[in-house]
Design a protein around this ligand. Structure first.
Ligand SMILES: Cc1cc2nc3c(=O)[nH]c(=O)nc-3n(C[C@H](O)[C@H](O)[C@H](O)COP(=O)(O)OP(=O)(O)OC[C@H]3O[C@@H](n4cnc5c(N)ncnc54)[C@H](O)[C@@H]3O)c2cc1C
Length: 468
């Protein structure tokens, strides 16, 4: 708990005078309120992309759904917006002038192995769920990095390394406990507040602050999967073969490729540093022998620099993408594609292959499809996209402008195969621009209506996009 007197905090730097009464009222009403320059504030405003620093008026470290209700009601009364975070991995805006509700302390985690479901507090990360489920041979449908928060991931749909077999992760949600913008604690399931249930799967934090979620667990103790790294000189052969191979891949297989230019630093494996490489990621949920047959065509395209595909515990699936979890300054951009054929592969090699002048550290193409297409109707609006491209550049001050311009060059170069839209978890903007990309017009309109009904004062910062 942060122990500052209201007076101390009201005079702390970074304070906006007009909001002082709101923050004073919060301090009186909620146990843990952290103000700028306090240790608690610094701890809870860390973001994994350090170009997205968050500077809220105050951070409420919620210890119960009641704390969340009180915060939302008081904020509405004072006309102060409220944002939410559980880890800071998905921060996209500064939250300036808003109060941040941080859910890290909502850390309940129950695994009901016999009935194959789990109840998970909003502050829990996937790593904890994987660890708790593994002894039962069960798993939660997480993303490429188990360091990510369960609720932040699920409210954005959630596209994981086995998505083509098991579907979008939000399709496994049974129930949300949520405090809607009006401060009321509600339960959302397929039969209880079904409109809210629809909107929380894909609508991120636009309708409420989730305090706990209940999900189905999957019966997947092991996988045949991992990554194979090829030298950049083999880029054309690898990417062209991948473009044809993905067309034939059954739903038991989920795959992506990433053209990487890792800096020449010791923290990266020697064969991968300071050069262009291609990482082929693969996860096969069926019989491992069949998985091995399936990947043979890719394995034999060229001599790998590293071949790390084999049978692995599901709980080790972070090895498939090897995402870095440390805070870094990043520029990210994404694009949805309708197809990725040999001509797209050639374009990608021309844009970021070994001969290209590029400032991107990674350009990844994930294949979607399979069961991702077939889930229930919800606010996740782009199930039918065939591929997603995701670019990452390091925003080192000397090259920051080049990184941004280069990312635009790459995305523009792939536009002939693209379609409108973006996935909520991968679209690096906020407000109306974000909503316009990640929702279709009917989805945005329905979310806007729900927001006006569940959050009449418009207190939730994340609802701005769908209400505008
Ligand atoms: C290394 C890395 C790998 C990733 N891999 C994948 C991947 O494979 N697939 C994928 O789909 N995404 C992936 N993502 C994106 C990730 O799912 C999103 O950034 C997600 O928003 C992170 O959630 P969080 O709670 O960890 O982050 P936070 O910054 O805490 O939250 C981000 C947003 O999630 C929403 N949110 C968080 N908590 C709540 C709550 N309690 N109630 C309502 N809304 C809430 C809010 O809109 C909030 O702004 C990855 C991100 C990283 C950093």
């Amino acid at each position: 708990m942060s122990i500052n007197t209201p007076t101390d905090r009201a005079t702390a730097t970074g304070f906006e005078p007009a909001a002082v009464p709101a923050v004073r009222a919060l301090v009186d009403a909620v146990p843990a309120v952290h103000l700028p320059d306090s240790d608690g504030y610094r701890r809870l405003t860390v973001t994994s992309n350090i170009t997205h620093a968050v500077r809220p008026l105050a951070v409420v470290e919620a210890t119960s759904a009641d704390d969340v209700s009180t915060t939302l009601r008081l904020a509405a009364a004072f006309g102060v917006p409220v944002a939410v975070a559980g880890t800071g991995h998905g921060a996209t805006e500064s939250m300036s002038g808003a109060v941040l509700v941080h859910t890290a302390a909502l850390d309940e985690l129950e695994v009901h192995a016999d009935e194959r479901w789990a109840r998970i507090g909003a502050g829990v990360r996937w790593a904890a769920v994987l660890e708790a489920c593994a002894p039962h041979g069960l798993a939660g449908l997480c993303g490429s990095s188990p360091d990510v928060g369960v609720v932040g991931f699920l409210t954005g749909g959630g596209l994981g390394p086995v998505a083509r077999t098991h579907g979008l992760s939000s399709d496994t949600v049974r129930a949300f406990d949520v405090v809607t913008g009006d401060g009321v604690q509600r339960r959302a399931t397929a039969t209880e507040n079904p409109d809210l249930f629809w909107g929380l799967r894909g609508g991120k934090g636009s309708l409420g602050i989730v305090t706990a979620v209940e999900i189905d667990l999957i019966d997947q103790p092991t996988l045949y999967g991992g990554a194979i790294w090829f030298d950049g000189v083999d880029a054309t052969a690898v990417l062209r073969t991948w473009s044809v191979w993905t067309d034939l891949l059954p739903d038991e297989g989920t795959t992506s490729v990433a053209v990487m230019r890792l800096p020449d630093l010791e923290l990266f494996p020697e064969p991968l540093r300071g050069r262009t490489t291609i990482a082929l990621r693969f996860a096969w949920t069926g019989d491992p022998g069949v998985g091995e047959e399936m990947i043979r065509a890719m394995r034999s395209v060229a001599t790998p620099l590293i071949d790390a595909v084999g049978v692995m515990p599901y709980a080790a699936l972070a090895q498939i993408h090897s995402d870095p979890d440390d805070p870094m300054p990043l520029h990210e951009q994404s694009l949805l594609l309708d197809e990725f054929g040999p001509d797209t592969a050639d374009a990608l090699v021309e844009l970021v292959g070994p001969e290209a002048r590029t400032a991107q550290v990674m350009v990844e193409v994930r294949q979607l499809g399979g069961r991702v297409r077939r889930g229930p109707d919800c606010a996740f609006a782009h199930r039918t996209a065939a591929y997603q491209v995701f670019t990452i550049g390091l925003m080192i001050p000397e090259i920051a402008q080049t990184v941004v311009a280069d990312s635009n060059r790459v995305v523009d170069g792939l536009r002939p195969w693209s379609r409108a839209g973006g996935l909520p978890n991968f679209t690096d903007t906020a407000g109306p621009a974000w909503a316009e990309r990640v929702f279709t017009a009917p989805v945005a309109a329905r979310l806007g209506e729900l927001s006006r009904s569940y959050d009449p004062a418009g207190v939730l910062l994340a609802a701005r996009g769908v209400r505008s």
